[in-house]
Design a protein around this ligand. Structure first.
Ligand SMILES: [Mn+2]
Length: 354
């Protein structure tokens, strides 16, 4: 699947709107070492912005910040296309003529956020001052839960800026009247099934007040969460029929599709008609069938993020990583990456074994 298309569509929308400046608040890439074709796509599309003589600035997010200060971030490729991304461990300050305004940009890449003593000041020579940074703000709540971990200290976010461009949280989200997460341009998992991918347009009227802000949605891959099937007492044929019915009731063409089945009698999952599954897989971009057996730890409708077909092994792996993270044997960022990838491999192995 072509995730990079989202960036191209975003650039299309940006260019259609005659903007005076473009700001990226981090996590262009999801890894420190993106594949070559991804980097090339990024440079080409970025050059469409700078080719119109539109100033383009950004910062590195947590995903693309090098682990070692001595290494270089892939984002620096953008600098060859005339954009500028701050990728290091220090805040940077830029003065940019954009439209009729002199704009002061305080670029605080994720690597600099880790500095607890961080102080960032607006520029006195600028008409408009914008702070660009990446991380979790105090008080950010997701699905009713406040995130315990805050990596953007409050004192940095209160310092006299006209606007704070936040990156990291994938939803378009107002933190304060003048501080927003622009949100991601693409969905990255089923936790974001309700998100509206896009970007934010800011408008400053020169009065020194809060800018107008508009969220521009862009077309993204469709994600479809099919209604859950409770498979108590079902035979393999019953379950096959239920899966086929569920897939026929929704528009899953080219979508990323998920179907959860709970309480399947032991052994029934293996008897589901493979031809039916193959047919569904052909219709959508990606089909993830998550079957939990009756009596497995996670079969009640509790945790929505658990792939129950791998309940026990996955749970064991998760608690293994959590314990190592807790004890400090694994560094937090590494532990999170390790967990995500490990779970992915377990699920892939589960798919292949079916
Ligand atoms: Mn991030």
């Amino acid at each position: 699947m072509d995730v990079a298309k989202a960036y191209e569509r975003t650039v299309d929308e940006i260019l259609a709107r005659n903007v005076d400046m473009v700001i990226h608040s981090g996590d262009v890439f999801d890894t420190i070492r993106p594949a070559t074709h991804v980097v090339i796509h990024f440079i080409k599309q970025s050059a469409r912005i700078t080719g119109e003589r539109i100033p383009y600035f950004g910062i590195a997010g947590n995903h693309e910040t090098p682990r070692l200060r001595a290494t270089t971030a892939s984002l620096e490729y953008a600098n060859f296309a005339g954009a500028y991304f701050a990728c290091g461990f220090e805040p940077e300050s830029e003065f940019v003529e954009a439209g009729e305004a002199g704009v002061g940009l305080s670029l605080v890449p994720h690597g600099a956020v880790l500095d607890r003593e961080l102080v960032v000041m607006p520029r006195s020579d600028a008409d408009i001052n914008i702070l660009v940074t990446h991380g979790t703000v105090p008080g950010l709540t997701i699905k009713g839960h406040e995130l315990g971990e805050v990596d953007l200290p409050g004192h940095v976010l209160s310092g006299g800026f006209d606007y704070i461009a936040l990156g990291h949280y994938h939803f378009f989200h107002e933190h304060k009247k003048n501080a927003f997460y622009a949100g991601a341009t693409e969905r990255f998992g089923f936790g974001e099934v309700d998100s509206k991918p896009g970007f934010a347009i800011l408008e400053f009227d020169g009065s020194g007040g809060e800018p107008g802000i508009e969220h521009v949605e862009i077309e993204a891959r469709a994600m479809v969460d099919l209604p859950k099937i409770k498979a108590t007492d079902m035979s393999p044929n019953d379950l096959t029929d239920a899966i086929r019915n569920a897939s026929e009731k929704a528009d899953i063409e080219d979508a990323i599709t998920r179907l959860k089945v709970s309480d399947a009698p032991v052994g029934v999952a293996g008897g589901v008609d493979r031809a039916v599954l193959r047919d569904i897989k052909r219709r959508c971009l990606d089909f993830s069938l998550e079957i939990s057996e009756a009596g497995s730890a996670d079969s009640p409708d509790g945790d929505d993020n658990v792939d129950a077909s791998f309940g026990s092994l996955e749970e064991e792996f998760k608690s293994f990583v959590a314990a190592r993270k807790e004890s400090g044997d694994l560094q937090k960022d590494f532990a999170d990456d390790f967990l995500t990838r490990g779970v992915e491999y377990l699920r892939q192995a589960g798919e292949a074994g079916r």
